[in-house]
Design a protein around this ligand. Structure first.
Ligand SMILES: C[S@@+](CC[C@H](N)C(=O)[O-])C[C@H]1O[C@@H](n2cnc3c(N)ncnc32)[C@H](O)[C@@H]1O
Length: 273
């Protein structure tokens, strides 16, 4: 029996879902993100890549609930900006903010506020897979960097995910079913070319992969499940079988989740000293 559901009751525009689902976020998903996007010690390599001097200004583009921007602002005396498409993230971040050198802005379109100009660093983590105009966004980020400034880009690539006990074929099938949630699901492998075309220099790429045996990554998979349900691209029976298997694997110790992160740094013109 084929029990694949068609798209559900509310109007779903598959073509723009990848950006629409950040404009409006249901309260449970917002709460889940507040947990998922907390700053964690294993994210130190991302902050190290910024090479902060203590006086470097930073833009965190697509900062979400703002925890990373807050962490960065505690390590520099210069101005730090966090900007994001989602209004609720920005109002929650602003209401938590106690730092004088940290400002949040809600972005309504492509343009950045005039105040964000000639920053020393741009930090952009897990955002580029969702932007409607990749080349345009990267060109804008290049233009607001000071000469010698540095960009730090961190992104996944949904062709490089390990979910055990699913195995490769089922994991690929699952992420393909969720692909409309991303403008560019394979962004990780495309970053160096993208930055080079925008005029960045001294491009360096590292891959950082933590191994999750405890089930932290399950909330990432749950988000995917909610997208797949919206799209109707996999039957409910199959989805439930996948998720029950993960639960059993967590209980018997056979669970493993690896979502490598591409960490790419590049400079505008000559790197500063
Ligand atoms: C996966 S979250 C990452 C949040 C944060 N950078 C982190 O890693 O904790 C993606 C974020 O990008 C934001 N975003 C998506 N498209 C955007 C766009 N076109 N301009 C600015 N922010 C965007 C979303 O609202 C969301 O907060």
């Amino acid at each position: 029996m084929n029990d694949v559901q068609g798209p559900r009751t509310r109007e779903l525009t598959m073509d723009t879902f990848y950006t629409d689902h950040w404009q409006t976020i249901e309260p449970e998903r917002l709460d889940r993100y507040e947990q998922l996007f907390q700053f964690r010690p294993e994210q130190e390599p991302f902050v190290d890549a910024l090479a902060l001097t203590g006086k470097t200004s930073v833009l965190d583009f697509g900062c979400g609930p703002g925890f990373m921007a807050e962490e960065i602002a505690s390590r520099t005396t210069a101005q730090v900006f966090g900007v994001d498409l989602n209004k609720e993230f920005m109002s929650r971040a602003e209401s938590r903010n106690t730092k004088k050198n940290l400002k949040f802005f809600h972005l309504e379109g492509d343009a950045l506020p005039d105040e964000i100009n000639a920053v020393d660093r741009v930090f952009i983590k897990n955002v580029l897979e969702y932007v409607p105009d990749l080349e345009g966004t990267v060109a804008r980020l290049h233009s607001i960097l000071s000469d010698g400034g540095r960009i730090v880009v961190i992104d996944s690539d949904w062709g490089f995910v390990l979910v055990e006990p699913w195995g490769k074929v089922r994991a690929d099938r699952f992420f393909e079913a969720a692909a409309a949630a991303f403008r560019e699901p394979h962004i990780g492998r495309k970053l160096p070319g993208l930055l080079a075309r925008a005029g960045f220099e001294d491009i360096k790429v590292k891959m950082i992969a933590g191994v999750d045996l405890k089930g932290r990554g399950v909330s990432v998979l749950q988000n995917m499940v909610s997208y797949i349900r919206e799209f109707g691209t996999m039957s409910e029976t199959e989805l439930q079988a996948h998720m029950s298997e993960l639960e059993a694997a967590q209980a018997n110790g056979s669970f493993m989740f690896i979502l490598p992160q591409f960490l790419v740094t590049a400079t505008k013109g000559n790197p500063d000293e």
